[in-house]
Every structure is written in C-alpha cells, then in structure tokens.
Design a protein. Sequence first.
Length: 192
Amino acid sequence: MKIGLYFGTFNPIHIGHLIIANHMAEYSDLDQIWFVVTPQSPFKVKASMLDNHHRFEMVYRATADYHKLRPNDIEFGLPQPNYTIDTLTYLQEKHPKYEFALIMGEDNLKSFHKWKNYELILQNHNIYVYPRLSDGVIETQFDKHPKIHHVDAPIMELSSTFIRNSVKKGKNVRPMLPEQAWEYLDEMNFYR
C-alpha cells in the first residue's frame, strides 16, 4: 500500500488541506493520505497554537467521512524537535509492508535542500508536490528528479493563519473549514 504523508500543524485544518489531500488520493497512485499532525515544539511555544490533542481532534473529525484520508499522531511520541527523516524511518520500521511518500507544497520543495538528510529522503521515498504561489526557484537537482512528482492539484491560497486572524476579528470562517472541524472550533471557543 502506498501512503502519502501530509505533515502540518493543522492549526486549524481547513478545506484547502482536505482538497489537496483528497486530490492526491484520487488523482495520483497513492492509496491513502495520512495527515501527520506535527506537535507543538516545546522550544517554540506559541499562544496561537492549540494543544496537540485539540488539533488532532479537528483532523480526526474532518477526515472521518473520507476512507482514503486518515489522521495520524505518530510524531506526538517521537523525540523533539521532529525531523521528517526520523519520522519516515520510524514509520518504515513500524509498517514494513507500506511504501511511504511525502506530500509537500512547491514552496517547501524550494528549500528542501536545507532539510536534515534530504538526500536519504529522496533515495528512499517519492515526493508528491502540489503547486503553490511562492517566490524563489526550485533547485535544478530537484527539477526533473525521478522521485519528485508534480501533481496538477488546485492551487489553494487559504491559510490557517488567515483563519485564526479572522476568528479573532469576529469574522465568519465557517465555509473555510470542514463542518465537523468548524463545530469543534466553535464549541471550544478557539482563537477568539
């Protein structure tokens, strides 16, 4: 089984995240997409960052109706700070029959050469890239790399930061979130 790992803080998860993940599940050769909720770094405590279990709960609720999309809290139990290579190594050991791939925005690909052990990631894993409007250029080594697949997914310009700021200003953000995530966010009075 081919699993696409979609890493993020998901603070909060929004429809852009779901659209990209579903597109990857439906229009690539990936069988499932796991939303890997990145824990809050104990070294960078941010007031706007919800606790790990609240962000995981929103992802859990948002993906409940999609059989190809799954929430994952694997990084909550791994040493901090989390490096993608370590998470990939751990998952591969835990699930040797699965093939794990990374899902990332084009903006992250532009700085991929700065990631810890990026060569090892590329040696052992495919990367599925979705388009983003961003500055900078993609390193030529990644331009036509056989393990890097550019997926013609919709460009989503919605961000969790925008949603948090809008909630703080009393704006209605309900259409921007999956219904179940919105209900939890509203019920818990988050970001106000």
